[in-house]
Design a binder for this molecule. Structure first.
Ligand code: G1P
Length: 243
């Protein structure tokens, strides 16, 4: 399978850190944030990866990562105009996915998601799934910051983006497996109240089709898009390496 890292957005929750650079280039302990999702995808056996970025610092991704040789991967780049949201950024991966000689299913990872451990079995379980989508959930203390999935009898029955009163402790992490029908669905999507094409609406579409599977992640996972979570991720990685 091929992989896609979404690394656009304005990073407004991290201002002024993101005033002159892209959020995904900021340090998480001793490495730029974008290294972590790339390493996670590589650990899933994915070596052809599209980075979707945007804004004024997009050229810095090329300077930092080049063609991916140094990391043992092959990198491709796409440029998102404006701030249309995660599903809008994903649209730009259509040609890249259709071009794959391996599989039209693919893995998407948000560029600010930091995870410890291997997602190899997540990827191979998704590969065996005939069609549809797969998401990774994590039990958290502050679900209202995330998309939240309600599970009844082992099936996802609802997903709500940043609910005021969360219906469960299960956050939808930024790690998704999709088949290529995602692109046809995104073309029909309408912007949410905050003016973005929401990835939660994409996942709800698969849920309504009965084609959304999930796994619950027991090891460390965090996003790094707020001061709190960026500090937590850095602290965690530091302790992991330095004991
Ligand atoms: C996004 C998604 C949300 C998901 C989160 C994971 O939120 O919209 O559903 O739980 O990523 O990191 P954002 O960080 O863009 O607010």
């Amino acid at each position: 399978m091929r992989g896609v890292v979404l690394a656009g957005g304005s990073g407004s929750r991290l201002l002024p850190l993101t005033k002159v650079t892209n959020k995904h280039l900021l340090p998480v302990w001793n490495k730029p944030m974008i290294y972590y999702p790339l390493e996670t995808l590589r650990g899933m056996g994915i070596t052809e990866i599209l980075i979707v970025t945007g804004g004024d610092s997009s050229g810095d991704f090329l300077k930092l990562l080049g063609n991916g040789n140094e990391f043992g991967i092959k990198l491709y780049y796409a440029y998102q105009e404006g701030e249309g949201g995660i599903a809008d950024a994903l649209k730009l991966a259509e040609g890249f996915v259709d071009d794959s000689k391996y599989d039209s299913k693919f893995i998407v990872m948000l560029g600010d998601n930091i995870i410890r451990g291997s997602l190899l079995s997540f990827a191979s379980n998704f590969k065996c799934q005939p069609s549809g989508a797969k998401i990774l959930l994590k039990e958290v203390n502050d679900p209202s910051r995330f998309g939240v999935a309600n599970i009844t009898n082992g099936i996802i029955t609802d997903i709500i983006e940043k609910p005021k009163d969360p219906i469960s402790p299960y956050a939808v992490t930024g790690i998704y497996g999709y088949d290529r029908s995602v692109f046809d669905f995104i073309k029909t999507l309408k912007p949410s109240e905050r003016g973005e094409l929401e990835i939660t609406d994409v996942n709800r579409y698969y849920m309504q089709q009965g084609k959304l599977t999930y796994e619950i992640w027991e090891d460390f996972w965090s996003d790094a898009g707020t001061f709190e979570s960026l500090a937590l991720a850095s602290k965690y990685i530091k302790e992991l390496y330095n004991g």
